[in-house]
Design a protein around this ligand. Structure first.
Ligand code: GAL
Length: 633
């Protein structure tokens, strides 16, 4: 499929007489898609039950008539002020029990049934009015579920919903008490109505209580989203997307994605490096204006899986953002590089946020493709360059990657409930595996935890999985791939207790994690032959063969044939060595790429990206800073 470009536009922010020239300029820049509407509830329904669709009708008509395809967003991330008068208890409460008030956005609790119905009502009205409009070519539900830490709410509505959810899941309080081990500290319940939310306890709440609340909260996002997809599908055949975020794991994106046609995510590489990723200050300085060389690719691969192959970048950073601690401008060429990297990972569309920088509101310092005075901002020329290159290059076919990496939201919640070490973080662990694979120059498919078929992969990694379910167990025993499990993989029950026999309990791999240690910063477990574990180290026993050991003689990797268990968290250098060895055994040719150079193989083409601020060599050619090349393979 030939990739496309898009842009986010807010007609309600601009006088109506500029819409037509904006649309013409978008088309001239090579843009095909325009996303609108997602925050405009107060203009669609200025008072309860009084609607003003006229402006939206005209905006859609103007954009469509110019040749643009419209993505229409449901406006439920920004309930208008009057909504609070109708539903004073619709606000989410934070863990301290304080309401998260009006005056920005996402001020709603997913468990509030009254607000859910309001969300159904406005979605139905939009779908009825625009579902057959020829210019509406896709939908977006809400905006960035989970943004601003909004999945967890400690409201009465959440408490009541949680009790029902528990009753359905466990059927009896005896079963719940057993599963959670509530005999400990006399925490037993004899009615579901006694169960509270896991906040405001004297010391830490029981881990399974926390984990159950995370699962419940995730299910509320799924249910909230499903109401919208149901209403839209009654009136429209256009595909439905949601715009997910980077490193937000508070709900199961695979479960939300199952109700959608397209996954999309909002990519702000420079903002994320500064406020969301753990790297050294020197590394952050080196990539200050480019973003982390692996973070975008990771999320592209993740959302390709969430979208079952169909995915977009719904919002692409075009210049400085406003929300990170510091907001530098991208290096010239980076907007082009980010777009091409997304296309190389299979994006159908890269849509820039936003068309024109707003002169008002919280985001007035956030760049757009145009300045507030409508002059072109630096990114516009890069968008036009990409449009020209798409026309030259044509289709980009995807190929199955040689490496699979399993990703599981439930495990993220489990280890957040029970980190055991202050810096044990599931995303960070999986991302360190991903970085090692990328440095080795390998393309990666991220797969969900219920994956039942691993055929075609040479190497499979499953770090930190809470449990390995039956489909994946069977897929592991059927695959010819080298499989690296651990650390922490399959060491607990689904309710976060220690299983008997102790885990992991993976057929064909006889090992047991007998003891786990977490290690503070600066403390490491050196490995024989070089390398080290940091943060986490497991003492394992069993008949599996010690493939590598620590200097103290403990197994560091224990193996049975192609099945391997990694008994600690390797630092970046060590992880690269480990995955490279396994990749070689699997018949692949791992490399040792410099930090800024990254590869992505598609069907018939290799893309090479230079994320560094300096020129770098690639097989006899020199790539300038922010340079890209593609070659036949
Ligand atoms: C996204 C959000 C947009 C805008 C943007 C600014 O998280 O979806 O509405 O706020 O960030 O970078």
């Amino acid at each position: 499929m030939k990739p496309t470009l898009g842009v986010c536009y807010y007609p309600e922010h601009w006088p109506e007489d500029v819409w037509a020239s904006d649309a013409a300029r978008m088309v001239e820049a090579g843009i095909l898609w325009v996303r609108i509407g997602e925050f405009a509830w107060s203009r669609m329904e200025p008072e309860p039950g009084r609607f003003d669709w006229g402006w939206l009708d005209r905006a859609i008509e103007t954009l469509g008539a110019a040749g643009l395809r419209v993505v229409l967003g449901t406006p439920t991330a920004t309930p208008p002020r009057w909504m609070l008068d109708r539903h004073p208890d619709m606000l989410a409460l934070d863990a301290k029990g304080r309401p998260r008030g009006f005056g920005s956005r996402r001020h709603y609790c997913f468990s509030h049934m009254g607000y859910r119905e309001e969300s159904r009502r406005i979605t139905r009205l939009l779908a009825e009015r625009y579902g057959r409009n020829p210019h509406i070519a896709a939908w977006q539900t809400d905006n960035e579920y989970g943004c601003h830490d909004t999945v967890l709410s400690y409201s009465d509505a959440a408490r009541d919903g949680f009790r029902d959810w528990l009753a359905q899941r466990y059927q009896s309080t005896d079963a719940l008490n057993r599963a959670w081990g509530n005999v400990f500290w006399s925490m037993e319940y004899d009615s579901f109505d006694q169960v509270g939310l896991p906040n405001l306890t004297v010391t830490e709440p029981n881990h399974p209580h926390l984990l159950a609340f995370r699962r419940y909260s995730s299910d509320q996002v799924v249910a909230f989203n499903r109401i919208q997809t149901e209403e839209i599908r009654k009136c429209s055949d256009a595909p439905i997307a949601h715009n997910y975020m980077g490193r937000i794991l508070d709900f199961d994106h695979f479960a939300v994605g199952a109700d959608l046609d397209i996954a999309s995510w909002d990519s702000y590489p420079i903002g994320f490096l500064s406020d969301r990723l753990e790297e050294t200050e020197a590394f952050k300085r080196a990539f200050l204006r480019q973003g982390h060389p692996d973070n975008q690719a990771f999320h592209h691969d993740l959302y390709r899986a969430v979208g079952r192959g169909r995915w977009w970048v719904m919002e692409q950073q075009p210049g400085p953002v406003n929300w990170a601690p510091w907001n530098p401008a991208p290096l010239p060429g980076m907007c082009r590089l980010w777009a091409w990297e997304a296309f190389a990972h299979g994006a159908e569309c890269v849509s820039f946020f936003r068309w024109r920088q707003a002169p008002f509101g919280q985001e007035q310092m956030h760049a757009g493709l145009l300045r507030p005075d409508s002059a072109a901002a630096p990114a516009l020329a890069e968008v036009m360059q990409v449009a020209g290159e798409i026309a030259d290059l044509g289709e980009i076919g995807q190929a199955q990657a040689p490496v699979a990496l399993i990703f599981d939201y439930d495990s993220a919640w489990a280890w957040e409930a029970q980190p055991q070490g202050a810096d044990f973080d599931y995303f960070r662990l999986v991302f360190s595996a991903y970085k090692a694979l990328r440095r080795a120059g390998l393309s990666v498919d991220i797969l969900p935890p219920d994956t039942a078929d691993l055929s075609g992969y040479a190497l499979v990694l499953a770090p930190g999985l809470l449990t390995v379910g039956q489909p994946l167990v069977r897929a592991i025993s059927a695959t010819a791939a080298q499989v690296l499990l651990g650390p922490r993989t399959d060491t607990k029950t689904p309710d976060l207790s220690i299983p008997d026999p102790m885990g992991p309990n993976i057929e064909g791999l006889d090992i047991t994690v007998a003891l786990s240690e977490s290690l503070p910063p600066g403390i490491e477990v050196p490995l024989e032959g070089g390398g080290r574990f940091i943060r986490w180290f497991e003492h394992v026993e069993g008949t599996a063969k010690t493939r590598r050991q620590t200097k103290t003689g403990h197994p560091a990797i224990a193996s049975a044939g192609p099945l391997h268990y990694l008994a600690g968290w390797p630092d970046d250098e060590t992880f690269h060595g480990i995955v490279s060895d396994l990749a070689r055994e699997a018949g692949l040719s791992p490399r040792d790429l410099p930090d800024g150079l990254r590869l992505r193989d598609t069907a018939g083409r290799r893309f090479v990206f230079n994320y560094s601020a300096e020129p770098l060599d690639w097989e006899g050619k020199t790539l300038p800073a922010a340079g890209i090349l593609w070659e036949e393979i």
